[in-house]
Each structure stands twice: as C-alpha cells, then as structure tokens.
Ligand binder design. Structure first.
Ligand code: RTP
Ligand code: MG
Length: 148
C-alpha cells in the first residue's frame, strides 16, 4: 500500500487547522501511520526543500518553515500520494479549487498551509528524512473492508 508524507505548515498550526486537516484525510479513508508536532531545524528544512535550492524564494521558504511548529504526518492508502495532492489543491491558493485545503483556507503562495509529497520518489525520500522506522505504526483497521 502506498504511503505519503504530509505536513501542516506553521501557518496551518497557528490558525488551528491541524484537526480540520487530519479529519479530512481520516474521513476520506486513509490510514494515519505516524504524526508529530515539531520545530524544524534549518538543516532539515534545507534538506526537505533541496530541489528548490537555486530558486529565488528558497530563503523565504526555509525561513517560513522554520518559523514555528509544524505537524508532520505519514498517511497510507491506495493512490494516497496523488489523491492527497488533489485534496490539497494547487500550490497557489488563488488557483486552488474550492473544496481543497488550500482553496478553502489559503490566500498566498508563501503560506499555503500544507505540504504533500509530489511523487513516489519524493514520498520515499521525505518519509525517511522526517520519521524513524520505529515511529511508523503498521496496524489493521477493520473498517478497511468497507473502503477497499
Ligand atoms: P509543497 O512542496 O510545499 O508541498 O508545495 P508544492 O509542491 O505545491 O510546490 P513547490 O513547487 O514544491 O514549492 C514549494 C513551496 O515553495 C513556495 N513557493 N513560493 N514565491 C513563489 O513563487 C513560490 N513558489 C513556490 C510555496 O510555498 C510552495 O508550497
Ligand atoms: Mg513540492
């Protein structure tokens, strides 16, 4: 079963959106594998956003993600990587459809509430970067037979 890395960014935590965001993925039928509230070091932020190192917004991005606690999560389910991206909406909340997380709660591209892995390769890399193996919980949910 596929897994993805999702993170409520500092703006989402400050605005009290952790519960709302967790609730959306729970209700969809995905399974929570790991979660933690944490502050992000500059080192971790730079590693996480390494693909954007040369971009003009890199400093702003690292500054933002280290500016307050984030809520990091691993979620599991069929096609969870692409479906979670759809549930998040487009990167710029101005382009994100109503009904998506960024479409419903975001205004600016710099503070767009949530991060989600954009491919299987990113998901594997990010899960390893953010969580230890022993903090990822494998368990049965009996409701799964009503989902799959
Ligand atoms: P994320 O990685 O945070 O989940 O967002 P994403 O895949 O939708 O977008 P990505 O292209 O990976 O960009 C990472 C974050 O950089 C900020 N950004 N700012 N000022 C700008 O033009 C600009 N472009 C991107 C956004 O906060 C985006 O989430
Ligand atoms: Mg991205």
């Amino acid at each position: 079963m596929e897994r993805t890395f999702l993170m409520v960014k500092p703006d989402g935590v400050q605005r009290g959106l952790i519960g709302e965001i967790v609730s959306r993925f729970e209700k969809k039928g995905f399974k929570l594998i790991a979660a933690k509230l944490m502050t992000v070091s500059r080192e971790l932020a730079e590693a996480h956003y390494a693909e954007h190192r040369e971009k003009p917004f890199f400093e702003e991005l690292v500054g933002f993600i280290t500016s307050g606690p984030v809520f990091a999560m691993i979620w599991e389910g069929e096609n969870v990587i692409s479906v979670a991206r759809q549930m998040m909406g487009k990167t710029n909340p101005a382009d994100a459809a109503p009904g998506t997380i960024r479409g419903d709660y975001g205004i600016s591209v710099g503070m767009n509430i949530i991060h989600g892995s954009d491919s299987p390769e990113s998901a594997e890399r990010e899960i390893k970067l953010w969580f230890r193996e022993q903090d990822q919980i494998s368990y049965e949910k009996t409701i799964d037979r009503w989902i799959y």
